[in-house]
Design a binder for this molecule. Structure first.
Ligand SMILES: [Zn+2]
Length: 217
């Protein structure tokens, strides 16, 4: 994403997040799943290699994003809490935090979306069985095998690849999410702040109007 939307802010060369050197080369494209409510989004990214350290890393990793302009990192819609595991949409973490305040814990929150994914998997299974029936009654002219490939289980990473949301993913993500967002959240609840011109403050003015009216009553 940053390559297209934030071209002028992108450095000419990727920096290796550990040595901060830019003697690096683009190795290949890769993709990694990220949770988007009940669905998975595959985020295409680059894998870059440091010629000095002889190590490779993914440009969507948190430490790699830290080497870029903060604006790029803050606008990137996903957060990947580990080097190889799945990511999560930042807006889901907003929902998670609000749900938590209302007494809905991380396990219950993850359960909603894991169930949604499994329901989608069951629908696909149904469509698959339908297709098999069609295939048997209308066989194609040339077939290599009379035994169809079986439908893969939900967690099969070679085939269907559903990815459950785990509490540890949520917890690790929330920590990183708060590092990035807490300052904005704090500003939301202040009457004025010097750091950001775009605070949402209509609710604060409403409170003032109420206080003003109470003087007359
Ligand atoms: Zn290096």
């Amino acid at each position: 994403m940053p390559d297209v939307q934030c071209q002028r802010l992108m450095p000419a060369k990727n920096k290796y997040p550990h040595c901060y050197g830019d003697n690096t080369k683009f190795n290949r494209y890769a993709y990694r799943p990220a949770h988007w409510y009940g669905k998975l989004v595959y985020v295409v990214h680059r894998r870059v290699y440091c010629n000095d350290c002889k190590r490779e890393w993914a440009t969507i990793n948190e430490d790699a994003l830290d080497t870029l302009d903060p604006r790029i990192k803050e606008l990137f819609p996903f957060l990947f809490p580990t080097k190889y595991g799945p990511g999560i949409a930042k807006e889901m973490l907003h929902v998670h935090l609000w749900a938590k305040i209302k007494g809905i814990d991380g396990g219950t929150f993850a359960g909603f979306f894991n169930e949604a994914q499994r329901v989608e998997c069951a629908k696909l299974h149904n469509a698959y069985l339908d297709e098999i029936l069609h295939w048997r009654s209308n066989p194609p002219l040339a077939i290599s095998s009379h035994i169809p490939d079986p439908f893969s289980p939900f967690d099969d990473h070679e085939a269907y690849c559903g990815v459950s949301i785990f509490r540890r993913t949520l917890n690790a993500s929330v920590r990183l999410f708060m590092n990035e967002n807490e300052k904005y959240m704090q500003h939301m609840h202040q009457m004025w702040n010097d750091n950001s011109a775009s605070t949402y403050d209509s609710h604060k003015f409403n409170k003032q109007i109420c206080a003003g009216l109470s003087l007359f009553w």
